[in-house]
Design a protein around this ligand. Structure first.
Ligand code: IPE
Ligand code: IPE
Ligand code: MG
Length: 242
């Protein structure tokens, strides 16, 4: 089992279009699926789930679609709180929250507070998130520390950069899932996905089931991770050669 799963929940708009409905109908259906998958992940003893809810580029969608997404987000926050708390799920938002309305920002902070004691699953929700912005923000904070004389440029290493990113202190995703058939990262966790196993599903997000999740987990279980080394089997033979 992976410790950390990251999901791009893609395909809502196409799912709705196929049914002759407006794209926002797909977003609504997608919210229901998100709730179901979050519970399933929690039940599978996976410690962390990071879901891409709204990218820093999604503001370029038509105004009414953005508006609908914001209202679904706000309502979801209110509606899911009890259930999240009850199931020991701790919410953590990543992304530039200053992009959202004050009302929504307050709702996000409140949801984080109320669920802060959750021990079962950390649920990172990427909202107004962009992987490049994440790295830019980290770079700025590090530069400020250098400017303040706290830090020498030569002290900057991968660990330090990681610790200034939004997922600071969390292990990187082991498994990445993208639904909806596109084979790209769309500016999701660029830094953190360096050695993540990638799983692409053609299923549109509103059709994604717990069985599809299990299929991705099975796919992951069969991967052989090497992290640039030679993996476990070959370590023995290389030490024999030494
Ligand atoms: C993902 O579904 C949800 C968000 C981006 C908020 P899309 O809205 O991208 O659906 P498609 O990819 O157009 O079908
Ligand atoms: C990525 O999907 C963002 C979310 C699912 C929130 P997009 O639909 O925005 O990505 P592109 O535009 O197809 O790359
Ligand atoms: Mg899409």
């Amino acid at each position: 089992m992976p410790n950390h799963v990251a999901i791009i929940m893609d395909g809502n708009g196409r799912w709705a279009a196929r049914r002759g409905k407006p794209r926002t109908y797909g977003h609504q259906a997608g919210t229901e699926v998100a709730r179901k998958i979050v519970q399933a992940v929690a039940e599978r003893n996976i410690g962390t789930l990071t879901i891409y809810a709204f990218s820093s580029e999604n503001w370029s969608r038509p105004k009414h679609e953005v508006k609908r997404l914001m209202s679904l987000f706000r309502r979801g926050l209110e509606r899911e709180l009890d259930q999240l708390q009850e199931h020991g799920i701790r919410l953590n938002f990543i992304g530039r929250r200053e992009g959202f309305s004050k009302l929504l920002q307050r709702g996000m902070a409140r949801a984080e507070q109320i669920t802060a004691a959750g021990q079962r699953l950390v649920l990172n929700v990427a909202a107004n998130y962009g992987g490049q912005l994440d790295i830019v923000d980290a770079t700025r904070r590090i530069a400020e520390r250098v400017q303040a004389g706290e830090l020498q440029p030569a002290e900057i290493d991968q660990l330090m950069v990681s610790e200034h990113l939004q997922l600071a202190g969390q292990s990187p995703p082991d498994l990445f899932i993208r639904t909806g058939g596109e084979h790209r990262l769309s500016n999701f966790l660029l830094w953190n996905l360096a050695y993540t196993e990638l799983h692409f599903s053609d299923v549109l997000w509103p059709d994604f089931t717990v069985q599809d999740l299990d299929h991705a987990l099975l796919d992951y279980a069969q991967r052989h991770r090497r992290f640039g080394g030679l993996g476990h089997d070959t370590e023995i033979s290389s030490s024999q050669n030494a």
